[in-house]
Structure formats: structure tokens, C-alpha cells
Design a protein. Sequence first.
Length: 295
Amino acid sequence: MLIDFFGLGSMGLGMATSLVRAGHEVRGFDPDPARVALFCAQGGSALRQDDTPQADALVSAVLNADQTQAVLFGPQGNAGRLRSGGVIVSCATVSPAFATRMETEAAAQGLSYLDAPISGGAIKAAEGRLSIMASGSPEAFASAAPVLDAMAETVHRLGDHAGPGSAMKAVNQLLAGVHIAAMGEALAFGASQGLDPAQVVKVVSVSAGTSWMFENRAPHVVDGDYTPRSKVDIWLKDLGIVGDIAAASGLPVPISANALAQFRAASAAGLGDEDDAAIAKYFARQGGVTLPGDA
């Protein structure tokens, strides 16, 4: 397939490279020229506005709803670069209502739309082993099948229209955000009791209190490495989406709401652009506790 790929960040680069590895011709775009150069060095090519022919698929792995709207139907009209009957695979975390609107706009242009948020992290993205929570028409699934096969280990088919995929991603992000916040609180609490964070990680990782997020993020704290793989500020968006969906349904979500409040406070304290594991530093500082890498 000829695939136009938008968003070559920590997840997108691995996804796009997985498509290249699977034998597809992939033209990539990112606002950062260095990311495009890195993709080209791995076998892809740079997308240019005057490129021809029209692509079979467009994969959007950008940050949020605004960026998704701009990529697909903004001034550049990238959806219009697809051949008639082409498919859009949209991977950003957005609300179900937004995904439904995008599907409607795509259909008006004779295109299929797959609501396909992703999970798994940068390493699995590079290995083509993501989990994709997908919903869309049978035609969208059929057209996107080679794309999904290259990028994902597991594709969850959640419905025959856009929306359920994004709803499921919101469920996942509710848990992920709460678990990261709990990881940070636990490491700060342990340090306040004189425990070595490395020892806390070793013990908890083989005990009942562990989680995937604890095992993935807590080592960042132990290493004092807050290079952003996923930023603190991401959770203002993702847990904000959870809150908005819940409010529209009249459902209280107090635990995730509290986690959102902590991420907001950490961002206001200047940690927004750091790795989301830096929530641990925020908690520790409240109690005068010093964690590795936070002199």
C-alpha cells in the first residue's frame, strides 16, 4: 500500500517504521524536520504537498482532536490526498463524539474512517506489537487490514461505527492515569519512610500492588531520568476527556478526577514537559522528600 503517515513522535515513528518493514511505501510528515529525517533514515520518505499518486491510506498519530482535525480536514486538506475509497486510520486519544464527526466528514468525501486509538508504548510501537482499540465500518476494517497487521499485535474490533474505539481508549486512560499517579504517590510515600526507591520497585513488582504502569514508569524515578516519553501534560488532556465523557453521562469519576487534579498541580509546578513519572517528584516535594534526580 501507499500510506501517508502524520505524526512521527515517540509512538508514531515506530508505527511508521513498522509499516515500512512490512513492505509498504510510506510517506511521513512531522512538524519537526529531525523526526522526518530519522524516519527517512529508516526507509521511509518525506511527504510533500505536491506528491503523487494519491495514497491508499492515511494514518494520523498526532496528539489530540485539534491536530487530528487539522491533519485530516484543515487547510492542507490531507484527506483529499487519498484515492477514492481510501481509508483514514485515526490513532489519537479523542472523545467518541469527535470520532463520530470525523467519520461523517470522511464519508462525505467518499472515504472510510477507522477510529483506532492505540496502546502499548514506544517499544511495542517500534516492534509492530501495539494494541489497537478499533471501531468502524466493515469496509474501513477491510481497507485498513494491512495497516493494522503491520502495526498491531492485537486489534480489538469494538463496533461497526466510529466512537466505541475512543470510548474504550478513555477507559484504558482512566486506569493508566490513575496507576501512574498511584505509582508516584507510592514511591514518595516509601521514600518518606526511609525506603530505597529501587528496593520499593523490586518488591512491589513481584507483589500484589504492582501494575503495568508501576513497572514501566517507576524505573524512570529510580534512574532519576525524566526525559519525556509521555509528558505529564498528556494526562491533562486524556483524563480531561474521561471527565468530560463521564459528566455528559452523569457518572461521577472521583478517583480519576483526583488524579487529574494532581497532574494539573504538577504541571503548574513546572513539571508539565517532563516524563509523566515526574508526578512522583511532585508528591515527594510536598513532603520535603528527595527522590533520585531531584536535587
